[in-house]
Design a protein around this ligand. Structure first.
Ligand code: MEV
Length: 309
């Protein structure tokens, strides 16, 4: 039996503009996880994926060519140089990461599968290889993914991501985040497609907005490295203003952002695709509980407080 896990993630700054080659920063969230367990339990050759949370069982050989869990399995087997009829594997998959919430559930499930399956076959993949295998599945989930989700989840470290350049970087001072779920599911594929349509309609204005966001991300990276959480908070606020201009915020997100700020958060914004999913707030450790309570009172379905180190 081989068990593997993968964390969730949040984007601190730079979602959407990262799809257009600007930088973004993301961090893992270890309070939520996807888990995959591989066993040699299948009676006949092949691989079965049992997605236990949603009650689905998939026979990889019979699955459509764009079924994400099967694609992940097929690509991992191909990477390992093993064919489906050489194995008899049962893969049980579970996740505590809410779907369509901006916390990287798809990338985490794929990463857990790649890790469990490759290790079960005796292959110990580096994070870069895991990330590229997961990226192939992300294309099915998202259409035109930037690659930041698979990167942060596979490396499990804070990443500064810009196109093909991935920098794993140090956090000067721990950052405390409150992550609040609106409870409104939102598909990244849809918000990314809407931003693309708007960009096609008014390319010059959107390119300017993306440049502005990119500038905030670069400044944030310096603020994070030097441990200046206050500066990070105000850069996140400015990023939120620009995300509103991209039209990916929502009244639910705004209510949580407002509540967090009112309770003393240093900055707050949506995280991920937007129009639902999660808002994040950077908080002082001693103020975290106050912000958590305010977020709950403002309607958050769930609040995770996490320390980014
Ligand atoms: C999704 O977590 C972040 C987006 O920027 C999409 C992407 O980077 O692929 C909205």
């Amino acid at each position: 039996m081989t068990r593997a896990q993968a964390p969730g993630k949040v984007i601190l700054l730079g979602e959407h503009s990262v799809v257009y080659g600007r930088p973004a920063i993301a961090v893992p969230v270890t309070e939520v996880r996807a888990t995959a367990v591989a066993t040699d339990a299948r009676a006949s050759p092949g691989v079965t994926v049992r997605a236990e949370d949603i009650g689905r069982t998939i026979d990889v050989a019979a699955a459509p060519s764009d079924e994400p869990l099967s694609v992940t399995v097929r690509n991992t087997l191909a990477f390992a140089g093993v064919s489906l009829d050489e194995v008899r594997i049962d893969l049980a998959v579970r996740s505590t990461i809410p779907v369509a919430s901006g916390l990287g559930s798809g990338a985490a499930v794929s990463t857990a599968i790649v890790r469990a399956l490759s290790r079960h076959l005796g292959l110990f993949l580096e994070a870069a290889s895991v990330s590229s295998l997961v990226y192939e599945t992300e294309k099915i989930h998202h259409g035109t993914p930037s690659g930041i989700d698979n990167t942060v989840v596979a490396y499990e470290r804070p990443v500064y991501f810009c196109g093909r350049d991935v920098e794993i970087f140090e956090v000067g001072q721990p950052i405390w985040l409150a992550i609040a779920d609106t409870g409104v599911p939102s598909l990244t594929r849809e918000t990314v497609a809407d931003v693309r349509a708007a960009w096609e309609h008014d390319t010059e204005a959107y390119e300017e907005l993306f440049d502005e966001i990119g500038g905030l991300v670069t400044e944030s990276r310096a603020a994070i490295s030097s441990g200046d959480t206050r500066a990070l908070g105000s850069l996140m606020d400015r990023n939120q203003g620009l995300l509103c201009e991209l039209d990916v915020s929502s009244p639910d997100l705004e209510a949580l952002i407002e509540a967090a700020k009112h309770a003393g958060a240093l900055g707050a914004k949506l995280s991920g695709g937007g129009r639902g999913g999660n808002a994040i707030a950077v908080v002082e450790p001693q103020g975290a509980e106050r912000v958590r309570d305010a977020l709950r009172a403002a309607g958050a379905r769930n609040v995770i407080v996490t320390e980014v180190k």
